[in-house]
Design a binder for this molecule. Structure first.
Ligand code: ATP
Ligand code: MG
Length: 513
């Protein structure tokens, strides 16, 4: 086990000990070592005071008010190679926390001489194990709260009384769910719907990590205190859940422990909402299963899979097999925008998720769809976003529980996208531009130029062969005879008429009229 600790970390441990201090690796890295997975970062806990640590390691900096010193070390080698100048090992002085007035942060951080006290302030037993080695490099493990036993039994349990610990810091409740989602390994073994061995997501035998009962109940009891935590911190934990190996199980666990309504309450609107003949799952389950089967590892795409049908409960009309959900894509996109802004996600993520949700219903049938309609889709979504939109479609299909195994359709769409990828879908891609119109056709600068280009684009989207300089110049000369208003309505009509026919096709396919 000790051999798995990178040499630069061992060097820091030894240097502290040679200066007569105690020093241990602690927290997530020990947990991950014992689970035989690769630790992300290395934390050391010591009885040396921050100034003493800094004196010992001149190449270091005082990181925060909690007594953490970042020590720069030679990079940990990956496959014998380093891709950066240095790594940081965080060295934190043993400390206790007290006075959590606002359920968020300790009012006081006091240093202590006792490792046990430092371990006692940590969140979960599996995160409260310290590891070092003796002179012969044999491991020394300090584990006062039974963390190793819980690791073996796969139990997430608070150090101390759960109620007190969640009252001190409400974010710990989300951390419990994050570790639950992160440490589960089973989603990799789960069978897909359609497979005779498919078990759904709630099967206890697949659920190989549990949140210990009194910890679980204390989260339910204290869930409302999450409202005291900033959305930035909530967002960071949510993203880790979404990016874990079991994101669907994580979100479902948030629901079970009653935290979801303080994070993404709109998802709960789908609980108990049945769908129509295309689906066997209720809306809530379907959204979660789409996340489960989303092939992408990207945060924005996974979020879009989770939210793709969030607009359904508000747009449902009728009941049973013939119910409809007109416009749930657009309503869902607006809801996603509000939900993700509330969680303070950066604009790029908010916009991307809304775009994917808004367009997730694109119609695609191999024999019926024209190149022009694929160009319209690419124009709306952007060529660079098409692979992610396909991932949403795959997630939607696999998460529907009635899989229609038609991957060839998506392969065909990929082929079509490739085929039209060089075609003009924006004014910038036309073979002429505004300057040409002014210099060659002597058009006066003004809004008419833009309107003419818009009409040209709408025609080129219909027929890519029209995108030649010669044709466009002739056509522009003709269009110049029209009034500005009629040019504008020409472009608009073309786009709207086509959008309407695309919509009709979508409706025919997805809803019962
Ligand atoms: P990861 O692998 O995601 O980094 P981690 O367990 O290392 O997981 P960190 O957030 O890096 O998690 O925290 C390091 C350690 O600090 C934890 O293992 C835990 O012992 C302690 N800790 C972190 N946050 C809290 C908290 N809110 N309350 C109590 N202890 C905490
Ligand atoms: Mg960590």
């Amino acid at each position: 086990m000790i051999q798995k600790i990178p040499q630069p970390v061992i060097d820091v441990l030894k240097a502290l000990r040679e200066a007569s201090f105690e020093a241990f690796v602690v927290g997530g890295c020990v947990r991950d070592l014992l689970l035989e997975c690769e630790p992300k970062d290395w934390d050391i806990t010591t009885n040396a005071k921050p100034e003493e640590v800094q004196t010992l390691f001149p190449d270091s900096f005082y990181e925060n008010e909690f007594g953490t010193v970042g020590v720069k070390v030679v990079p940990f080698l990956k496959d014998g190679k380093a891709d950066r100048e240095h790594d940081i090992v965080e060295v934190t002085t043993y400390r206790v926390e007290s006075d959590y007035a606002d359920k968020r942060r300790p009012n006081n951080v006091a240093f202590t001489h006792s490792l046990e006290e430092d371990l006692a302030r940590r969140d979960f037993t599996i995160n409260a194990i310290a590891l070092s080695m003796d002179e012969n490099d044999a491991p020394i493990i300090i584990d006062p709260f039974g963390g190793q036993e819980d690791l073996k039994k796969r139990i997430i349990r608070t150090v101390g009384v759960p109620d007190d610990r969640f009252n001190e810091d409400a974010l710990r409740m989300m951390r419990a769910v994050r570790f639950y989602a992160k440490l589960r390994t089973t989603s990799k073994q789960a069978h897909l719907p359609g497979d005779p061995k498919y078990l759904g997501i709630y099967e206890p035998e697949l659920d190989n990590w549990i949140i210990e009962q009194s910890t679980f109940k204390a989260i339910q009891k204290n869930a409302i205190h999450l409202t005291q935590v900033s959305f930035e911190r909530i967002q960071a934990e949510l993203s880790k859940i979404i990016l874990s190996d079991s994101p669907a199980e994580g979100i479902d666990m948030l629901q079970k422990v009653k935290l979801l309504k303080y994070i993404l309450p709109e998802l709960e609107e789908g609980l108990g909402i049945g769908q129509n003949l295309h689906h066997i799952y209720q809306v809530y389950q379907h959204n979660i299963l789409a996340l489960k089967y989303c092939p992408s590892k990207k945060l924005d795409t996974r979020l879009a899979a989770l939210l793709h049908d969030v607009g359904k409960p508000r747009t449902k009309r009728g009941d049973g097999y013939r119910s409809t959900f007109y416009n749930h894509d657009h309503v869902g996109a607006r809801m996603s925008d509000i939900m993700l802004k509330r969680l303070r996600y950066p604009k790029a993520i908010v916009d991307k998720v809304a775009l994917l949700v808004d367009n997730h219903l694109f119609y695609y049938n191999v024999d019926e769809v024209t190149e022009a309609s694929v160009r319209r889709l690419v124009r709306r979504v952007g060529l660079e976003n098409m692979p992610d939109l396909m991932d949403i479609r795959i997630a939607d299909r696999l998460g529907s529980g009635t899989p229609k195994a038609k991957p060839y359709k998506l392969r065909h769409l990929e082929y079509m996208i490739d085929k039209v990828s060089k075609d003009a879908v924006s004014v910038k891609m036309l073979k002429i531009n505004g300057k040409d119109l002014m210099s060659d056709l002597k058009l006066a600068p003004g809004p008419k130029i833009g309107a003419i280009l818009d009409v040209l684009l709408s025609e080129v989207i219909e027929d890519a062969a029209l995108n030649t300089r010669e044709h466009l110049m002739n056509r522009a000369a003709q269009l110049d005879k029209e009034h500005l208003e009629s040019l504008r309505s020409m472009a608009k009509e073309k786009i709207e008429e086509k959008r309407e026919s695309d919509n009709q096709a979508i409706k025919k396919k997805y809803w019962v009229q």
